[in-house]
Design a protein around this ligand. Structure first.
Ligand code: GDP
Ligand code: IMO
Ligand code: MG
Length: 433
């Protein structure tokens, strides 16, 4: 198998970074295809933690090509900081290449300003965005006024586009939000400087991937966020501004759907969410707090506490369907150790008799009326961090894993029992099938 997509099946932070790093060993190229530095992907190797926001999670391996796809929105300041951070930590191997799509869109300071101003204006109804300018940057892309990486490299185009955009954004900032205007000159100076640093990395990644696929190279596509933050299939409007489902790997990297072999969905053994929006299985009790503290559920990007709750298979089933998931990687199973009774949500019910088992309601008002229908399983107390095979897991842990497999009809290809790269049970490697 040569092309594998990894996506989150919940509301992000499922452990995609860990799994992508692990699979990257077998890949030739690792490609991010959407999102920006709203993502925070954590890798732990022999106790050393690396958090990535833009650079694909294959970067710690030598002899790889790490690509930032055209579907991404890139804040050049953050990207350059990330490159410097990796180099300082000796975590940017000499023979690994970083390639940035010439068609990716650029996050500008006015995007961050509009993101923050809009959230402030929403008050209690805010989305709880990461305030990295993601939404406003995608808006500019869709309304065809965005600045792309290729524009950044052309000072004439850049000057003209910044001028026009600053005029428009200043109208929003001052007239709509009562904020101070933004000055175009410092933006221009700053972004001209970025152009020179990034230029050597810029290319048409669709062409490079085409050549690589013809040469039977192995390509790993790394999703950001999760299927329920998808702008179409997520809990709209409490979503991010890109398509996070597997199908967007094709658009966001310039590869046809016929080139994809398998899709691995990452399922955290419980559910978390950062920011606002419906969360049927949320636990506002001691168990929720326990999961939050044992699982160290703090946002890798904003440091915010993640909301925690039981595993919700309605979410997972929808993700399996919408992303065409062929294998499931269960993560953070160790966090559930020591909880006496474990609940898994198998459906939602409302006071009006509506039922949802495979698909979440589109209407937020209906979503808010949904109550979870749970099945209950016995927990386990044994440490599972050192398990290397499914057979090493306690009987009740095995039962939890088997139940997930049965509830969504997708085979388990990996079980993660700790944050470190080696705390993993691989039952089927998608590149070695
Ligand atoms: P991502 O955004 O999907 O890449 O996930 P994050 O990196 O934001 O959050 C996942 C967190 O869980 C990180 O701190 C990981 O180091 C950690 N993690 C990943 N897998 C496991 C696991 O199996 N067990 C434990 N305890 N932690 C894990
Ligand atoms: P990774 O890739 C978890 C959430 C934000 C907010 C909503 C919209 O690490 O899984 P945005 O800044 O994108 O406009 O915010 O989406 N969000 C994430 N939550 N993990 C992420 O990425 C997220 N990226 C965005 O908290 O609720
Ligand atoms: Mg994350």
């Amino acid at each position: 198998m040569s092309s594998v997509i990894v996506v989150g099946t919940q509301w992000g932070d499922e452990g995609k970074g860990k799994i992508v790093d692990l699979y990257a060993e077998d890949a030739d190229a690792v490609v991010r295809f959407q999102g920006g530095n709203n993502a925070g992907h954590t890798i732990v190797v022999q106790g050393k933690q690396t958090i990535l926001h833009l650079i694909p999670s294959g970067i710690l391996h030598n002899y790889k090509t790490c690509m930032l796809g055209n579907g991404m929105v890139i804040d050049p300041r953050v990207l350059i900081e990330e490159i410097d951070y990796l180099k300082k930590e000796n975590a940017f191997p000499p023979n690994t290449k970083l390639v940035i799509s010439d068609k990716a869109h650029v996050i500008m300071p006015y995007h961050r300003r509009v993101d923050a101003a809009r959230e402030a204006a929403k008050g209690a109804g805010k989305i709880g965005t990461t305030q990295r300018g993601i939404g406003p940057a995608y808006e500019d892309k869709v309304s065809r006024v965005g600045i792309r990486i290729c524009d950044l490299l052309d000072s004439e185009v850049l000057t003209e586009k910044i001028k026009r955009n600053v005029e428009e954004k200043n109208f929003y900032l001052t007239k709509l939000y009562g904020e101070q205007p933004i000055d175009e000159k410092p933006i221009l100076d700053e972004y001209m400087g970025y152009a020179d640093v990034l230029r050597p990395h810029v290319a048409d990644i669709s062409l490079l991937l085409d050549v690589a696929i013809r040469q039977k190279k192995k390509i790993l596509f790394e999703g950001a966020q999760g299927c329920h933050l998808d702008v179409d299939y997520g809990t709209y409007p409490f979503v991010t501004s890109s398509n996070t489902v597997a199908g967007n790997a094709c658009c966001g990297a310039g590869v046809g759907p016929t080139k994809i072999d398998s899709v691995v969905g990452i399922v955290k053994a419980y559910t978390t969410r950062v920011g606002s929006g419906p969360f049927v299985t949320e636990l506002n009790d001691e168990i929720g707090q326990r999961i939050q503290s044992v699982g160290q559920e703090f946002g890798a990007t904003t440091g915010r506490k993640r909301r925690c709750g039981w595993l919700d298979m309605v979410l997972v089933r929808q993700s399996v369907r919408v992303s065409g998931i062929t294998g499931m990687a269960i993560t953070k199973l160790d966090v559930l150790t020591g909880i006496d009774k474990l609940k898994i949500c198998v459906g939602y019910r409302t006071d009006k008799g509506e039922e949802f088992t495979k698909s979440v309601p589109a209407d937020l008002k209906v979503f808010e009326r949904c109550q979870p229908v749970y099945m209950e399983l016995d927990g386990w107390t044994e440490d599972i961090n050192t398990a290397k095979r499914l057979e090493d897991l306690p009987r009740n842990t095995r039962r939890y894993v088997d139940t997930l497999e049965n509830l969504c009809g997708v085979k388990v290809v990996l079980v993660s029992v700790g944050a470190d790269r080696n705390e993993t049970i691989v039952t089927e490697n998608p590149f070695r099938r």
